[in-house]
Design a binder for this molecule. Structure first.
Ligand code: 7UC
Ligand code: FE
Length: 285
C-alpha cells in the first residue's frame, strides 16, 4: 500500500497498490491516520462486492446503520443507497442525497466521524463530490467574526431535508413534521469544534443543516449564518473530487463539508455510502 500525499495546503491523498479485500489491521491504522492528516483519501482501482465493502468498513471502525430504513440496501443495512434507478428491478434507497453543503449526521447527537462513498454509476457531467475544508475556512475568518463563535453553540436540524416515503401517503405534513421533531429533535454542537486526534479546530456550520445559534435572536442568527456561509462557500475554497472507475472515497466528516453533484435529468446515478464510527469522541470537550 502506498499513500500519495497531496500538495501543501491541499486535501486528498491517493492510496494505490492496495486491495481493500486484503487490508491488514496495520494498514487500516495507517489509512485512518491518513484521513486525519489529509482529510480525504481516494482508494484507486477497487473492485468490491457489497459484503467486501461492508467488511472493509469494519476494518476501519464501526459501520453505521442509518436511522431511516428507507435508505438501506436490502441485503446490507450498513450501506446507505443513493440511486435514481432500480437495482435488480426494485426501488432501493433514495433518488439523490446531499445536494447541499453539509456534513453527514450533523443534526444528530453523535455525528459521523468518517464517511466512505463507493460510486457505482454516474453521469458524464455529475461525476464527483465537492468538498470544503472547514479548518481552512475557520483560519481565514476575520477575527471579529470568529470571536463571535467562541463558546457558541449552533443549532443543527435535519427536518427540512426529510424525504417523504411510502408510509407518508395519506398523512398530513403537520403529522409528518410532528413525528420528525419528536424522533429527531435539533442537536446543539459547538460552532467551532476541536478534532479529537489532531487538535485542529474547524468551523462546524453548514448551509444544509445549521439553522441558527443558541443565545442569539432569530435575526442575529440569520445574519451570522449567512455571513459564515458567504465566507465558506467561495469557489476558491471548493475541492472537487472527480470519480473514476474503481475509486472509493473516504473522508474526515468532522473537518470537511461536502456536496453531491447534481445529476442531469434522465441520467443514472448510484452510489453506496457507509458511515464509520472511529471510536473517538466527535470533538474534544
Ligand atoms: O437524503 C438526504 O439528503 C440525507 C440527509 C438528510 N442525511 C444524511 C446524513 O447522514 O446527514
Ligand atoms: Fe452527505
Amino acid at each position: 500500500m502506498r499513500i500519495n500525499a497531496p500538495g501543501p495546503d491541499q486535501i486528498g491523498a491517493e492510496i494505490v497498490e492496495f486491495r481493500s479485500q486484503d487490508c491488514t489491521a496495520e494498514e487500516a491504522r495507517r489509512i485512518v491516520a491518513a484521513v486525519y492528516a489529509h482529510k480525504l483519501v481516494v482508494f484507486k482501482g477497487q473492485r468490491l462486492s457489497n459484503p467486501e465493502y461492508v467488511a472493509f468498513a469494519r476494518q476501519l471502525g464501526q459501520p453505521q446503520v442509518y436511522f431511516q430504513p428507507n435508505y438501506h440496501h436490502p441485503d446490507h443495512p450498513e450501506i446507505f443507497v443513493s440511486a435514481n434507478v432500480k437495482l435488480d428491478g426494485k426501488k432501493v434507497g433514495v433518488a439523490g442525497t446531499g445536494r447541499y453543503w453539509h456534513t453527514d449526521y450533523q443534526f444528530m447527537p453523535e455525528p459521523l466521524p468518517l464517511t466512505m462513498v463507493y460510486p457505482q454509476q454516474w453521469s458524464r457531467e455529475a461525476r464527483g463530490t465537492h468538498y470544503i475544508d472547514m479548518a481552512r475556512v475557520l483560519a481565514q475568518l476575520p477575527a471579529e467574526l470568529s470571536s463571535q463563535l467562541e463558546d457558541r453553540r449552533a443549532v443543527q436540524e435535519g427536518k427540512w431535508r426529510y424525504k417523504v416515503q411510502e408510509k407518508d401517503i395519506d398523512r398530513s405534513l403537520a403529522e409528518i413534521m410532528e413525528e420528525i421533531e419528536r424522533t429527531v429533535p435539533a442537536s446543539l454542537h459547538p460552532a467551532i469544534i476541536t478534532h479529537p486526534v489532531t487538535g485542529v479546530r474547524s468551523l462546524y456550520v453548514s448551509s444544509g443543516f445549521t439553522t441558527g445559534f443558541q443565545g442569539l435572536s432569530e435575526g442575529e442568527s440569520k445574519r451570522l449564518l449567512s455571513t459564515l456561509v458567504e465566507h465558506t462557500e467561495r469557489p476558491e475554497n471548493v475541492h472537487t473530487q472527480v470519480w473514476n472507475e474503481g475509486d472509493l472515497l473516504l473522508w474526515d466528516n468532522r473537518t470537511l463539508i461536502h456536496q453531491a453533484s447534481a445529476t442531469p435529468p434522465g441520467e443514472a446515478s448510484v452510489s453506496f455510502r457507509i458511515g464509520v464510527y472511529d471510536g473517538q469522541p466527535f470533538y474534544r470537550a
